[in-house]
Ligand binder design. Structure first.
Ligand code: FES
Length: 157
């Protein structure tokens, strides 16, 4: 359940640093996401009022950019590398398998709030591609079959 009070105060705290100009929209979205971890609908509506940008446009802009997420972060953040080295070594297949296993697309969070799925451009282990990072732990030289092992600790920790 969303803690609306925490959302509202977090948003107001961020908005206090801005003037409310249309051109600030992306910066505000970034700052609010940084503060809250995601962009709840009520935050987007408040941002629309603040910047006087139509709500539909705020929703449109925020969903255009992959960096923004609309669901809270799960306890474990799975980042599947889609950088060049990982891509040429089957990173897309790893992502596909991860989506299947978790039942969410990138930017999504499992209903038990355990896992969030995201893609990332490079996690600095290119020689061991393809790689996945779960919170701070790196899993390297993956195959679609090994994806299950990455999630084997599900529910622990
Ligand atoms: S491209 Fe995946 S770790 Fe560098």
């Amino acid at each position: 359940m969303e803690d609306t009070q925490a959302i509202d105060s977090g948003v107001e705290e961020v908005l206090a640093r801005f003037e409310g100009r249309r051109g600030e929209l992306i910066g505000i979205l970034q700052a609010v996401q940084e503060r809250l971890g995601y962009l709840p609908t009520r935050a987007l509506l408040r941002i629309a009022r603040f910047t006087r940008v139509p709500e539909s446009q705020v929703f449109g802009v925020s969903s255009f950019y992959a960096q923004f997420r609309f669901t809270p972060m799960g306890r474990r953040r799975v980042m599947v590398c889609q950088g060049t080295a990982c891509h040429v070594r089957g990173g897309a297949k790893i992502l596909e398998e991860m989506e299947k296993q978790l039942g969410v697309r990138p930017g999504g969070t499992t209903t038990d709030m355990e896992y969030s799925l995201d893609t990332v451009a490079c996690i600095g282990c290119c020689s061991l591609a393809p790689c996945v990072m779960v919170n701070k732990e790196v899993f390297a030289s993956l195959t679609p079959k090994k994806v299950k092992d990455v999630l084997a600790g599900r529910g622990e920790g």
